[in-house]
Write a protein that binds this ligand. Structure first.
Ligand code: ATP
Length: 217
């Protein structure tokens, strides 16, 4: 599997180097020649080009890569044009960094399979190490699947864990819950969620994110 990492700022540099250190084939790209030179000792190929130009990307031979990780933040125009160019070249999976929610929404609409917010995500990780009993947390299983663990809030108090509401309204699947200090992973319809219970659900990343917005409102 070949990975293309575009934008070798602090984040992109560590992604490119990290993947290469795991033995993966990495093509690293930046329009700044110095940035490309700095990463060249670690990766299979380091190229200086403007990634918003699909022709330049094609000529660099990246059309066969399975995944592109795009780490251009400040220059939103370059970020948008690069996602468009990558999709035009037929790159199956594009993971893209965004600096604002609107930026991220645009990248998703243009076909990015996953949008990441590195500062926000590392802030969340730090909070997790500080707070012992998190009210809400998510675990990424893959680019498209997530697990969310949350305190049962007023939305679901009095609802059966087998209620169709989880499928119909949120399209997520409850996989475990903690009631009076005990975890349960097999359920019957009389298992009613109460305030203070912890619920764990599995679902597509978009559905889990939509659920997060409701729960954290
Ligand atoms: P980080 O926070 O990861 O350091 P940054 O926010 O400081 O990144 P960005 O604007 O996100 O900086 O740019 C990241 C990298 O993307 C820079 O090294 C920049 O040279 C490169 N870059 C910007 N525009 C393009 C482009 N059109 N083609 C290729 N590389 C680009």
């Amino acid at each position: 599997m070949t990975y293309v990492v575009i934008g070798l700022g602090r984040f992109g540099y560590h992604v490119a180097k990290g993947l290469a250190q795991q033995g993966e084939a990495v093509i690293a790209i930046d329009n700044d020649e110095e940035k490309a030179r700095d990463i060249s000792e670690f990766v299979q190929d380091a190229i200086a080009l403007d990634s918003s130009d699909p022709k330049a990307l094609y000529e660099a031979g990246i059309a066969d890569a399975e995944m592109a990780i795009l780490s251009i933040g400040e220059n939103i125009e370059a970020s948008i044009l690069t996602v468009m160019a990558l999709k035009e070249l037929g790159i199956k999976t594009v993971v893209a960094k965004a600096i604002t929610q609107v930026h991220g929404q645009i990248l998703s609409k243009l076909g990015a399979a996953k949008v990441i917010y590195p500062e926000m995500e590392s802030a969340k990780k730090l909070v997790k190490t500080i707070v012992e009993n998190m009210n809400y947390e998510t675990i990424d299983l893959s680019i498209t699947m997530k697990i969310a663990k949350m305190a049962v809030n007023s939305l679901w108090v009095g609802t059966s864990i087998l209620s169709p509401i989880f499928k119909n309204e949120f399209d997520v699947k409850p996989i475990a819950y903690k009631h009076q200090g005990e975890w349960h992973t097999s359920f019957n319809k009389n298992d009613i969620l109460e305030a203070g219970d912890i619920l764990v659900v599995l679902g597509n990343s978009n559905n889990i994110e939509a659920l997060s917005k409701r729960v954290l409102m």
